[in-house]
Design a binder for this molecule. Sequence first.
Ligand code: ATP
Length: 138
Amino acid sequence: KQRTFAMVKPDAVAHMGEILKAIQDHGFTVSRMKLTRLSEEGAAGFYEEHKGKHFFDPLMQFVTSGPVLALELVAENAVARWRELIGPTDSAKAREAAPDSLRARFGTNATLNAVHGSDSAEAAAREAAFFFPDSRSC
Ligand code: ATP
């Protein structure tokens, strides 16, 4: 099985129950989960690859605007299957192209798009390590 990293963004945290149900219904196992907040430094680190892009400042503003739910998901082909379930980046386009997708259901536009999904197994490992730097027990 494969791991991927998912994040419910601040605009969709109020819908986390429905999103967790979709995760379960599509056969993913939740292996780690954390409700947390991104600091400005944390958000800039997490989205480092987008520094300098036109949407970087609104993206920083958005992802630091409230809590996020970080999740590590396990399933066969988890990276691709989670990207499929969340749908296209722009929630407005997702409503046309993939109306049942999570971004269509819970997002608004290209910035406020409800959920994140890693685009590769390598990105998933890096992003999970960012949110779950250790696996100690309490
Ligand atoms: P994510 O990485 O969050 O899963 P993605 O891989 O579909 O999304 P990226 O290109 O990695 O999209 O962009 C990261 C995030 O930046 C998007 O999820 C969205 O919130 C924001 N974003 C991306 N493209 C745009 C855009 N053209 N206009 C505004 N915001 C954008």
